[in-house]
Design a protein around this ligand. Structure first.
Ligand code: IVH
Length: 719
């Protein structure tokens, strides 16, 4: 039976037999037990080996706990194949296997206040029973974000990165050292030449994932459902040069083997995510877990988090609590509410994009998913429709995490009726009725002057990340294109003033003042740097980040005129040096800038005053937006000097910390600003050495008087 069908059948059965003891027929129980094991093993395979999943984590956990319930009630039934008997997870082929330093456990999940309360009670009882623990029996907890990525063990020998191993089945994983060495924020060398094994999570930034999916769609490949799948798919690429292009990052959160388990990881130069909150009771933990501000704060980060991890703070308490076969007792995960829902595809529309590709879009029976009503979802391309076996009238699982675009995870075949209809790709362009061709998974409109394509091109050109001409919004573009006022990008700069006036007066609230602002806006856009223009041209595979990388590499070539720029952008020897560039992007750039029509268009733009400024854009993967910071306490140097240096770097100074301040720099004898920072959950950097590690530019201030001992607070995150 197909896995999704088998899962659904089991879920239905479980629903009507919540109480295991109500299953009186032993054959029926045996069958259910073996089916449940098969089903969980298959889901594990999908998750750990194929880097995908067709059910939500909650559904998986529900199946798993039902299996445990059966085994508790009928211990005689327990099979060695049961996922409860070994560590879950599997090792895939293609990489060498490697043994973990210690068994990598996983965390038990909780979903609500009741689960957490039970947990708190249990821990208290265990500690109270222990004779070693005679002192104060209060339990202090720390709460950290739960990274939704790929778990990894990093082994350092004499301070050098020796081996990186995926989790695999917890005992043996895959040796991914070569690929991990391409991850920029993982140090190859630690501050001290020690032997240490740590555990962390490899993640793909959400922004990189979105770009990657765009590229995959343009190449006719199926996009990754989430950053976790994209991370796992990337780290398992056999060519590490390709892995480097995926711009992965890693955060370390646990010591697996070292003489001092409480060692401060950050001070070893290991990448940690400096956000945590301390709680002095389980009730405080519950409040924090249910606090939507924490969730929102995490959603605004460039990484995905699927919950929080609650850890007992005290090492002695941790040692007493120990672990079960699979999970530590001193730590537990709280999973954010499911972001998966089912709904029906009512109909399918087709949209022509700026690269001529016709994209099918499903209209859905509206559903709410993490606070947003979803009515439409991209069906990407015909291959996606076929591989997911989608029909009009089908019920599908929709997933959405954070502010990310909703995505179809899979079809619910069990709910399919005879009324479903096939989805047919159109033979004519839905916009201009031009001829449609099918090439590499995609359907293209062949009409070079297709208005729908032109509209998309213009909307992209004027968008916020490109030329940022805000007055040209969608309804204006419709009119400009339909009335033949704009036939290509350059026409934007020659819209006659009276046309603008006539056009805009149709919209309420637009007067003379606004109209003159608009003229200025178009004029000012000529000063936008080259990286924005490059993004705006809509060259396949060249999005915001790629455009930035190209221009950054170009700085060293010192182009002085457009001809220089055109020369550089068609020079394969130069282009190959751009960080993260692939063959397809390289070809697309050379094609675009060798094309006579495109060259003439750019020259025309120059003639009307476009500046083509080559600036590096201050772009850095993790600090695209420079953070806001505040400062308190005394340092070896005057605060004003520290502030001045950081401001010069682009960081934004807040005199008083507010909720929107991101970083709090704390020196000796800090006052009330420190308390405020904790109240607002700012990320705290305390002590001069910590500061200079985080902002190496501050070492320009360094003198002998600055040799202070570092003091790093991990209590900063949320409290
Ligand atoms: S501590 C289990 N802290 O979540 C041993 N784990 O099963 C202690 N995870 O794959 C783990 N964020 O790798 C810890 N802040 C965090 C974490 C975290 C994510 C992973 C862990 C495991 C999964 C839970």
């Amino acid at each position: 039976m197909i896995l999704s069908q088998q899962t659904k059948t089991i879920q239905w059965f479980i629903q009507s037999h919540q109480n295991v003891s109500s299953i009186s027929d032993s054959d029926e129980l045996h069958k259910l037990y073996t089916d449940l094991i098969d089903c969980l093993v298959d889901h594990n395979h999908l998750y750990y080996v194929e880097s995908t999943s067709i059910i939500s984590d909650k559904e998986y956990d529900d199946l798993f706990s039902y299996l445990k319930k059966i085994e508790e009630l009928h211990p005689e039934i327990i099979s060695s194949n049961s996922p409860t008997q070994g560590l879950i997870g599997q090792v895939s082929e293609g990489f060498l296997q490697a043994k973990h330093t210690v068994k990598l456990a996983s965390l038990e999940n909780t979903y609500n206040a009741e689960d957490l309360n039970d947990r708190g009670d249990r821990l208290k009882k265990i500690l109270e029973k222990d004779t070693e623990w005679t002192e104060n029996k209060d339990i202090y907890y720390t709460i950290e974000p739960k990274f939704d990525g790929l778990s990894v063990e990093l082994i350092y020998k004499k301070g050098r990165l020796d081996q990186a191993i995926t989790r695999g089945d917890g005992r043996v994983g895959e040796d991914i050292t070569t690929n991990v060495k391409t991850i920029k924020n993982i140090p190859q060398k630690l501050k001290h030449p020690i032997d240490i094994a740590v555990r962390g999570e490899i993640m793909m930034p959400k922004s990189v994932w979105k770009e990657l999916n765009k590229e995959r769609e343009e190449d006719g490949e199926i996009p990754f459902a989430n950053t976790r799948n994209a991370t796992s798919g990337s780290i398992k690429l056999l060519d590490s040069k390709e892995v480097a292009k995926r711009k992965l990052a890693c955060f370390v959160y646990d010591v697996l083997q070292y003489s001092d388990e409480t060692i401060n990881l950050e001070s070893l130069w290991l990448p940690v995510f400096l956000r945590s909150k301390e709680c002095s009771s389980i009730q405080e933990v519950i409040n924090a877990c249910l606090d939507s501000t924490i969730k929102q704060q995490l959603e605004s980060e460039d990484f995905d988090f699927d919950g929080l991890v609650i850890k007992v703070k005290d090492q002695l308490q941790r040692d007493i609590l120990g672990a079960t076969d699979h999970h530590p007792r001193w730590a537990v995960a709280y999973k954010f509410p499911a972001q998966l829902a089912s709904t029906k595809i009512i109909s399918v529309d087709f949209q022509v994009g700026r690269t001529w590709i016709i994209t099918p879009v499903g209209n859905l029976e509206p559903i709410e998913l993490s606070g947003v009503t979803i009515k439409r979802v991209s069906l990407h391309n015909f291959d996606f429709i076929q591989s997911k076996d989608l029909h009009i009238g089908d019920y599908v699982w929709i997933q959405r995490s954070g502010e990310v675009i909703p995505y179809i995870v899979g079809v619910i075949k069990e709910r399919r009726t005879e009324e479903v209809q096939d989805i047919q790709m159109p033979s004519k362009c839905p916009s201009c009725l031009g001829k449609v061709v099918n090439q590499d998974m995609h359907y293209y409109c062949t009409n070079p002057v297709c208005p729908a394509k032109l509209k998309e091109q213009i909307l992209h050109f004027v968008s916020k990340n490109c030329m940022d001409i805000q007055w040209i919004w969608e309804s204006i573009v419709d009119i400009l294109v339909e009335q033949n006022i704009v036939k290509s990008i350059i026409d934007i700069y020659s819209i006659p003033e009276h046309t603008t006036q006539i056009l805009l007066r149709k919209f309420p609230g637009i007067g003379d003042k606004k109209i003159s602002e608009i003229a200025n806006e178009i004029e000012e856009s000529k000063h936008q740097p080259l990286r924005r223009l490059l993004n705006g041209l809509g060259i396949p595979h060249v999005g915001k980040k790629m455009a930035q990388d190209i221009v950054q590499a170009m700085v060293s070539q010192q182009p002085v005129c457009l001809e220089d720029i055109l020369y550089i952008l068609t020079d394969r020897d130069f282009l190959i040096t751009v960080y993260g560039i692939g063959d397809k992007t390289l070809d697309a750039l050379v094609d675009y800038f060798s094309d006579q029509q495109n060259r003439e268009m750019l020259m025309h733009l120059r003639d009307i005053g476009m500046k083509f400024t080559v600036d590096a854009g201050g772009y850095d993967l993790f600090k695209e937006k420079k953070e806001t910071f505040s400062i308190t306490g005394s340092f070896p140097f005057p605060r004003e000097e520290i502030v001045a240096i950081l401001e010069k770097e682009g960081y934004i100074f807040h005199d008083n910390p507010t909720k929107s301040t991101q970083l709090m720099l704390i020196g000796e004898k800090a006052g009330s600003k420190k308390e405020k920072a904790q109240e607002f959950w700012l990320t705290i950097y305390e002590g001069w050495e910590t500061l200079t590690q985080r902002f190496p530019v501050l070492t320009t201030l360094k003198s002998d008087s600055a040799s202070q001992q570092p003091k790093i607070t991990q209590t900063s995150l949320f409290g």
